[in-house]
Structure formats: structure tokens, C-alpha cells
Unconditional design. Structure first.
Length: 153
């Protein structure tokens, strides 16, 4: 093989790689946007369920401890983009985005559990998150609280 053939082959591989990377990013972005839109819709439907963080608030009504957990991994294509931005000294908000997404998802799941129990109030709400960067950028969020049953129960 001549040097020109090798250069052309390398160009072809680079173009294929960039096309695949672009398509992956495009479809991943579309899926993420769709997922976030759906999550926001569910969040609005569950907005009537109140959440209180007070440690010492009590209720004479029946109650039950509820919890919800979410584990989200980084999107590979967003991770590559964030690393590329880092090379040029630009700040990446990608880690913040997956943490916020996981927190929203955990709160929605907690409210859904409260709704299944016919509860419209969660007392003693707490939320905690763990970021496992050495495991490839995984975020775990756990939300918990006490669901207070409606008076009619």
C-alpha cells in the first residue's frame, strides 16, 4: 500500500467514526429530551401531593414509610462531548444534569407510591445521592418520607 492509500483509509475511518458519533449523540439527545418531557408531565400531574421536609411535624392520621430509588448512568456521547470541552477549558454541566434528572425521577417515583396509597402528603421527606465517578459516571438517588393517608381511609 502506498502512503496516499493509507491516508485515504484513515480519512474514511475518521469520517465513519464521526458520523456514528454524531448519530449516537443525535438519537441520545432526542431520547433524553423525550424522557425529560414525559417526566415533567408526570411531575405536573402529581403536583397536588405536598412534600414537607420538617423533622418534627406529626400527624394523627395513619401513615406508612415510603421510598424510591433511581440509578442513572452517563450518556456515553455526552461524556465524550464533556471531555472534549474539558480539553479546551470549557466547563461541562453534564454531571449536574444527570444528578438533577435522577433527583426529579426519584421524587416523581416517591409521589407515585404515595398516590397508590391514596396519600396526598409526604412528611419528613429526605433525599440523598451518591455519585460513582470511578464506575463510569453513575448517579444513585434515594428519596424517602412518610406518606400520610387521607382522612377518608
Amino acid at each position: 500500500m502506498k502512503l496516499i492509500d493509507i491516508i485515504d483509509l484513515d480519512r474514511e475511518l475518521i469520517v465513519k467514526f464521526l458520523v456514528k458519533l454524531g448519530l449516537g449523540w443525535l438519537f441520545g439527545k432526542k431520547y433524553s429530551t423525550k424522557q425529560l418531557t414525559k417526566l415533567i408531565e408526570i411531575e405536573k400531574k402529581l403536583s397536588h401531593i405536598s412534600i414537607t421536609t420538617s423533622k418534627f411535624q406529626t400527624s394523627n392520621q395513619a401513615s406508612e414509610f415510603i421510598h424510591a430509588s433511581v440509578v442513572i448512568s452517563q450518556n456515553y456521547f455526552n461524556s465524550v462531548l464533556a471531555q472534549t470541552k474539558g480539553i479546551f477549558g470549557l466547563e461541562s454541566l453534564h454531571d449536574l444534569n444527570i444528578t438533577e434528572l435522577a433527583r426529579k425521577e426519584a421524587i416523581v417515583r416517591l409521589k407515585q407510591k404515595a398516590l397508590l396509597l391514596n396519600s396526598e402528603e409526604i412528611l419528613g421527606f429526605r433525599i440523598t445521592n451518591t455519585s460513582l465517578k470511578e464506575q463510569g459516571g453513575i448517579v444513585e438517588v434515594i428519596a424517602y418520607g412518610t406518606a400520610i393517608f387521607n382522612k377518608s381511609q
